[in-house]
Design a protein around this ligand. Sequence first.
Ligand code: ADP
Length: 591
Amino acid sequence: MNVLVLNAGSSSLKHQLVDPRAGRVIRAGTIEGLGSGRSHADAIAELLASLGSESVHAVGHRVVHGGERFVDATAIDDAVLAAIEAQVPLAPLHNPANLSGIRAARAALPSVPHVAIFDTAFHVRMPRRARTYAIDQQIANEKGLRRFGFHGTSHRFVSELAAGHLGRPLAELRVVSLHLGNGASACAIEGGHSVETSMGLTPLEGLVMGSRPGDLDPGIVLTLARELGVDGAEALLNKKSGLAGLSGVSNDLREIEARAADGDDGARLAITVFAHRVRKYIGAYAAVMGGLDAIVLTGGIGENSVTMRRRILQRLEFLGVSIDEDRNADAKVSDDAPIADISSSTARAHTLVIATNEELQIARETAAVIELTRGAQSKKPIPIAISARHVHLDRAGMDVLFGPGSELTPMKPLSQPGQYASEERVNVIGPRGRIERVRVLGPLRKACQVEVSRTDEFALGVDAPVRQSGHTKGSAPITLEGPKGTLQLPEGLICAWRHIHMHPTDAEAYGVVDGDEVEVAVTGGPRDLVFGDVIVRVNDQFRLEMHIDTDEANAAELDQGAAGGLRQPESQEPYTPASQGTATLTKKPRA
Ligand code: ADP
């Protein structure tokens, strides 16, 4: 499966085509310069053109804010799109661009599944004490003011890699994960879940970032709002703070490090404030978890800045953290070799530098959602139709019973495309008795066929074999009487083998092929029943439906008057949908 991973920002579209099972990146790139004149739709058209013959089986979209609504990766439909839209006020910088990307991609690739992966989802199990702001709770609840956390995709990815590297289940580890990029956050991971993280309601809280301040006295926000207006304050806090605000020149640590080396005081201040804040969080999170097994550093700064790592990790021996200077200096990580252990030999807690790969994580989660949806599909109830006794005629039979050249008069379409109940009826006559006015179904077929139940057989006085429709060779003889004549069939009477009509897409979803035998359980009605020996018939003209005869329906009390209205009011006709209920399918191994 190839998953196209899209990270739509306001000015760029980052994309990767990933095979999540192989962990292989097929294509990767960034389309820049969006916004002025060039839309997300233009970028997606350009991207799809560049993929050439590579197929896209699914699209995974990074979405920054899932709010309280999204606790997991979610398949996107119109309702989900509207719900993501509703989170826009929480992430005004990110969600609108994410949404434009989703809309453009869905329009360009309407037939593949689209899945949203939320930066907030990993933090969903954060305990109440960690996600609550100490403000008036009535207002907090009304306005949805709580901590959500971000970078979840990255924290999840690196912590799982760390556990793999340490050879222990993540659930047994206490990990502090530090994602230090342009955006930066710390996360305490215990029992395999995020239990604390430094970003809050919005990605403004916590660590010092490229252009955001992280933690500050809310009084400052009030002052800024008074002095600069709300928009001015918002711009300052999002764009002119953090490393950029401290250094006065850049949000790029490389440039700041170069200037600091040349003695620039602003640059030095930026570095020390940044490192101090991260150290503070490591100590706090070790306290939150009651100890520490591993620290993971990731993101552009965590993966690359040897000096920043040294600054952050100094004097943490009291937590069992000690790094080997050479290993730190030599640590090089990439998607192919993503882990470098920089712990000293005496360290009790491991320190790992890990290359994050949010795209691979998004691709994996996208594939998982699709597999889950397929699994759910295979549990989807199968509509059941009760087939009353009926007759199929061939051309010759029609001529005899209704006169030469006569045609069937369609009365009511049946659920299977092209099939209909006709106005015409015939009498079915056996050695012991007769059944009057049995409905003829159209259109005409290659051979005459009469389908009855076991009870009917008894009334007629014939033994009919259980057969699939169309398999009349060697079946029982029967006589039909029409307005224009009588037809003695040497064979053609059958008791229909209970079966399920499936379109090939249904068969794929249920994991069966034409001719498979399955069991179908009818539950939740007055009498639960499992039908064995149900044969699957697959054809691209079929619609999903199980057909049983009236005896079988009676045995499960799938009849008029049964609870849940299992038959529709005008239920005299064959193939009345009996139940949208809960028939589930189990595949039997073939003999
Ligand atoms: P984003 O959050 O936008 O994905 P990244 O994870 O790419 O950002 O991190 C960008 C940050 O990483 C920038 O501050 C950049 O200066 C820093 N960075 C990247 N490479 C190095 C390096 N070799 N040394 C120091 N800092 C680096």
